[in-house]
Design a protein around this ligand. Structure first.
Ligand code: GDP
Ligand code: CA
Length: 308
């Protein structure tokens, strides 16, 4: 069986770990979000790709959900001594090695997809991980606060401001000119089923779907999504702030409608969201909390069964 899954960071990566356990013989291709990518201190950082790679490769800080296990922060402390900004983004020492390798390879002319493949040669995530695009398509957020109305990088809004300032707009800068990375459209074309894990529907899944050609490629496939919203609230994180910014209610029903019946064939919701419905989509309720590997594998199995 060939499975394609779109994925953001933590939510996506945890789901993928369950999927790998639920379908050990399947060939899994993951299309990762790169809208959150940022250049810091001259280093290209790809938070979502790395979260997937570290989680599936056994190197993740389990508690935190991102970054490396057993991390130290000597470089960050030294940069702070120099007063270098930004100080709000935590880059650990081990993690920095990944960004150095990536930046060096990008500088030598390799596309991000080739760099990601090279990094995965170390981590052996058990899936094929492809960035949504090799082109620069960056999520920016328009805010209006004491410093005035302006667009800032998604990470500044998410990490520095903790999404506390309302987003007027969320824009994927460069989306119009971006092309899917090599292998993305091909993998979708060959897939028996496509899964949308409980990743952020706006800045993770929504971003991937904005790359011209990806949504179109998904339209004639069997696509099953897992709701990231349970009982009118995100399970963790600040997805509600992103949904509000695009005028969508924070509910399993509204996210289903956002994805739409042209894209989705199946939609998994939590027990408390039984009753969610949309013409043309088969909705199924069940346990939806990724509390441990067994529970997560059961969610992935339910998604695959719904697809069947
Ligand atoms: P990313 O979008 O994959 O980078 O991941 P995030 O960690 O930002 O989480 C995205 C979404 O997943 C959030 O809206 C969470 O509410 C949702 N989420 C997190 N944990 C769970 C879970 O155990 N079950 C479900 N159904 N959703 C979850
Ligand atoms: Ca993300």
């Amino acid at each position: 069986m060939r499975i394609v899954s779109l994925a953001g960071g933590i939510g996506g990566a945890r789901f993928l770990r369950g999927l790998r356990a639920a379908a050990p013989d399947a060939e899994i291709t993951v299309i990762g979000n790169t809208g959150d990518d940022i250049t810091l201190f001259g280093l290209r950082v790809c938070p979502d790709l790395d979260t997937v790679m570290y989680t599936l490769g056994g190197g993740i800080d389990e508690e935190q959900g991102w970054g490396r296990a057993g991390e130290t922060h000597a470089v960050k402390a030294e940069l702070a001594e120099y007063g270098v900004e930004p100080q709000w983004f935590g880059l650990g020492d081990k993690d920095i090695a990944t960004h150095i390798v990536r930046t060096q390879m990008l500088g030598a002319g390799y596309p991000l997809s080739a760099v990601t493949e090279a990094l995965c040669a170390r981590w052996r995530p058990g899936v094929r991980l492809i960035p949504m695009t090799d082109d620069r398509a960056e999520t920016h957020v328009v805010i209006d606060d004491a410093d005035g109305r302006r667009a800032i990088h998604f990470q500044e809004w998410w990490v520095r401001l903790r999404a506390s300032v309302p987003a007027e707009q969320i824009i994927l800068v460069g989306a119009d000119d971006a092309k899917p990375a090599p292998g993305v459209v091909e993998a979708i074309g060959e897939a028996d089923v496509v899964l949308l894990p409980p990743s952020n529907p706006v800045v993770s899944i929504g971003t991937i779907l904005q790359i011209p050609g990806i949504r179109e490629a998904l339209l004639d496939k069997i696509v099953v999504g897992v709701s990231p919203i349970i009982g009118g609230a995100p399970v963790r994180g600040m997805a509600d702030a992103c949904l509000t910014a695009i005028g969508v209610e924070t509910s399993a029903q509204a996210v289903l409608e956002l994805y739409g019946a042209d894209l989705l064939d199946g939609w998994l919701v939590a027990e408390e969201d039984r009753g969610v419905a949309l013409d043309g989509v088969r909705v199924q309720a069940g346990p939806l909390l990724m509390t441990d590997l067994a529970a997560t594998a059961a969610i992935a199995r339910a998604a695959l069964e719904l697809a069947r």
